[in-house]
Structures are given as structure tokens and as C-alpha cells.
Design a protein around this ligand. Structure first.
Ligand SMILES: NC(=O)c1ccc[n+]([C@@H]2O[C@H](COP(=O)([O-])OP(=O)(O)OC[C@H]3O[C@@H](n4cnc5c(N)ncnc54)[C@H](OP(=O)(O)O)[C@@H]3O)[C@@H](O)[C@H]2O)c1
Length: 232
């Protein structure tokens, strides 16, 4: 894999972009404010990165990373994303996204909800269960840190697992979009599993490597949270 598009240049989108250029991957990255607003990030990322519109990023490369809040889906370039493998990092936070009955009632997982909004894209869920500031510290860790990847489309899942590996993590097949609740917020395989602990300020936590076998155990033992009771 040599080229990826990224929509969303915030904590996760920029974090993935940094790992991608470090791995020799060319990146087209977009946000909501337009390419000109990305000058500082492009300067930091170097010559492998280009600022783009969301439609340009959606069409670019081997897959598209979607690192935006759920509320942004209505404004996404649906046509440009048609048929594309889309690695979504998104989570459902009612305080930010508003209450969504389909998610509160556990009728669907967040990934299935996203798939219902982008019917003709091929959604894969990954990078949603690790906090942004752990990305750089845990990429290429020893032992390797594992991340779960879930999807319904085999080819899109394979491409997503490949990018997870290339960016410096072990990719663990976590099943289908229906199964992806196992690493949603408040489940047993969410962000806390990568914390080293002992730091009052969570941003000071450097993260701790989590091998693939341990991640598989955590996914198997995960519990489905009561999303309707979520207060954040
Ligand atoms: N932060 C974390 O540690 C973390 C960890 C795991 C998963 N996640 C999840 O990953 C997703 C992204 O999180 P984040 O923390 O990276 O968010 P963030 O820092 O708030 O960044 C969101 C990005 O989405 C862009 N955006 C919004 N609407 C858009 C649109 N219509 N077209 C193109 N770009 C648009 C924003 O553009 P502007 O810059 O122009 O506003 C911004 O760059 C969320 O669902 C979050 O819950 C976050």
C-alpha cells in the first residue's frame, strides 16, 4: 500500500497521517475548512502529504481513512466514497453527536450505523479504540501493540489490516461490523487497555504495548455497554 486518503485532520486523522508518511505512504488529507487551513500540518508532514478537499481525499489511493465525528457524515462526499474501502475511526459520544436511537437501543453498532449512512462504501472499523496520543508511542512497540479490525467486506478489511500493520501495529481480525461493539467505548477492549497507568493526567500516559493474544482475550471477554445510559 503506497497511498491513502484521510478525511479529518484532527487528533486521529493527523496522528494516522504522521504514521503514514513515516512509513513511506503518500497521503491526501482533508478537513471541513478546506485545503488552505492545512498548511501548518502539511509543512509538518513533509513532501509525502498534500492538502485536499474531502472529495479528492475520498478518491485517493488504496483506501480512505474517515476520522470525523458522526455529525459530519451528512456533509461527506458520498459519490466520491462510492465503492471505496473506508476505514472509520469513529465512535458515538452522545454529548457531541446528539442522541441516536438506533445506537442507544443497541439495534446496530456504530460501524453498522456508519455503513447505513454510506451504503455504497465498504466500511471497516479500526483505530477507534486507541487514544490519539498513544498512536505515536505504541506504533512499532516491542512487543508489537495489536489493534482490532472489523468489517463485512473481505477486500476492504484486508486493505485495512494491511494499513494497520504498515503503520506499526499488529492487526487482529475482530469479525464483522456487527461484532465491532466489542471494542466500542465502555466495552472491555476500549482505550483503557493501552494505558500504562500511574499517571494522574491521562495525556501524560505513554501507553503500554498490548500483544495480539491479549487483545483476542479481551475481545472475547468484552461486554456490550448500556449505550442509552452513556453520559458523555
Ligand atoms: N481523539 C481520540 O483520541 C480518538 C480516539 C479514537 C477514536 N476517535 C474518534 O475518531 C473520530 C475523530 O476524532 P478526532 O478526535 O480526530 O476529532 P477532532 O480532533 O475533532 O477532528 C475532527 C476532524 O473532522 C473534520 N471534519 C468535520 N466535518 C468534516 C467534513 N464534513 N468533511 C471533512 N472533514 C470534516 C474536522 O475538520 P476541521 O479541522 O476543519 O474542523 C476535523 O479535522 C471521532 O469519531 C472520535 O470519537 C477519537
Amino acid at each position: 500500500m503506497t497511498e491513502i486518503g484521510i478525511i479529518g485532520s484532527g487528533a486521529i486523522g493527523a496522528g494516522i497521517a504522521r504514521l503514514a508518511v513515516a512509513a513511506g505512504i503518500d497521503v491526501k488529507i482533508a478537513n471541513s475548512r478546506g485545503p488552505e487551513s492545512l498548511n501548518d500540518l502539511i509543512d509538518e508532514l513533509g513532501s509525502r502529504a498534500t492538502a485536499a478537499t474531502a472529495a479528492e481525499a475520498a478518491r485517493f489511493g488504496d483506501l480512505v481513512v474517515l476520522a470525523v465525528p458522526l455529525g459530519a457524515y451528512a456533509a461527506l462526499p458520498v459519490e466520491a466514497l462510492r465503492g471505496r474501502p473506508v476505514l472509520s475511526t469513529g465512535n458515538y459520544y452522545p454529548y457531541r453527536d446528539g442522541r441516536l436511537e438506533m445506537l442507544d437501543s443497541l439495534s446496530v453498532t456504530t460501524a453498522e450505523y456508519e455503513q447505513s449512512l454510506l451504503r455504497e462504501s465498504r466500511i471497516v472499523k479500526a483505530f477507534n479504540n486507541i487514544v490519539a496520543h498513544h498512536l505515536a508511542g505504541l506504533a512499532h512497540s516491542t512487543p508489537r501493540t495489536a489493534l482490532p479490525v472489523a468489517g463485512d467486506d473481505d477486500e476492504a478489511k484486508r486493505a485495512s489490516m494491511e494499513i494497520v500493520q504498515t503503520l506499526g501495529f499488529d492487526a487482529v481480525d475482530a469479525g464483522s461490523l456487527t461484532d465491532s461493539w466489542r471494542f466500542e467505548p465502555e466495552s472491555g477492549a476500549y482505550t483503557g487497555i493501552y494505558f500504562a497507568g500511574g499517571h494522574e493526567d491521562y495525556l501524560a500516559d505513554p501507553g503500554a504495548p498490548l500483544p495480539a493474544d491479549r487483545l483476542r482475550e479481551l475481545l472475547a471477554a468484552s461486554h456490550r455497554p448500556d449505550v442509552a445510559a452513556r453520559e458523555f
